[in-house]
Design a protein around this ligand. Structure first.
Ligand SMILES: C[S@@+](CC[C@H](N)C(=O)[O-])C[C@H]1O[C@@H](n2cnc3c(N)ncnc32)[C@H](O)[C@@H]1O
Length: 209
């Protein structure tokens, strides 16, 4: 489901990310994207879960977004991705257009806290890849919005193990979700909202936190 056009953009972003890491470019300027196996993991999970809606927190240059979007397009899901940095938004817009998924993705230049704070519609699949100090706060916003059976993936659980210890503990001991840390890439939290304990957008259409 990754055609040659999208694959070429992914390869180009992988080369740029690798060069930036090698050259020691400033953190704020780097793409800091997920590894290719994590991109494929996200793509495969979306194909398997067949969500109606996907939300990504932290677009950067659009690398993970392309993996998500190609799968979202295949299953007919909507995809909203959030990025605050205007330079990254410009790079992402261009990458998504070149990859042929510009029409599939709603790319918002906005603080994801503000977006999630006003969102009422349930989310079927969420990917969290923003600043690590914000993970717990994002978790507390995202889980109540997850539909029953909805999926949350978060990056960097092993690369930032110490910094994300509280986040990991919260997710792994949270009765609202079944969660596991998958040791690929930089470590992915995979959590599924338990349908028996409510979940957003249930029969009553309400959010149950
Ligand atoms: C690790 S990078 C994302 C990499 C991207 N997911 C990928 O794999 O290609 C994190 C991005 O999140 C953005 N970000 C951080 N906090 C944010 C927030 N509160 N709202 C929106 N974007 C945010 C940063 O500007 C940065 O570009």
């Amino acid at each position: 489901m990754i055609d040659d056009t999208a694959a070429a953009v992914l390869r180009r972003l992988e080369r740029r990310d690798a060069l930036e890491r090698e050259s020691g470019a400033a953190r704020a300027e780097r793409l800091r994207q997920v590894t290719p196996d994590v991109g494929r993991f996200l793509h495969t999970l979306v194909l398997a879960a067949k969500p109606g809606s996907v939300v990504e927190v932290g677009t950067s240059g659009g690398y993970s977004t392309i993996w998500l979007a190609t799968a979202a397009r295949a299953v007919g899901a909507s995809l909203v991705t959030l990025e605050m940095d205007p330079a990254k938004v410009r790079t992402a817009r261009e990458s998504l257009r070149e990859a042929g998924v510009g029409e599939t993705v709603t790319l918002l230049q906005e603080d994801a806290f503000v977006y999630l704070g006003r969102r009422e519609e349930a989310i079927d699949f969420a990917f969290l890849d923003a600043e690590k100090e914000d993970y717990l706060a994002f978790y507390e916003l995202l889980v109540p919005l997850l539909a029953g059976g909805g999926v949350l993936v978060a990056d960097n659980l092993t690369s930032h193990a110490e910094e994300l210890a509280g986040f990991r503990e919260r997710a792994l001991s949270d009765p609202r979700v079944s969660a596991v840390v998958v040791p690929i890439g930089r470590g992915e939290l995979l959590a599924v909202r338990d349908s028996r304990r409510g979940g957003a957008g249930g029969a009553a259409g309400t959010i149950v936190s």
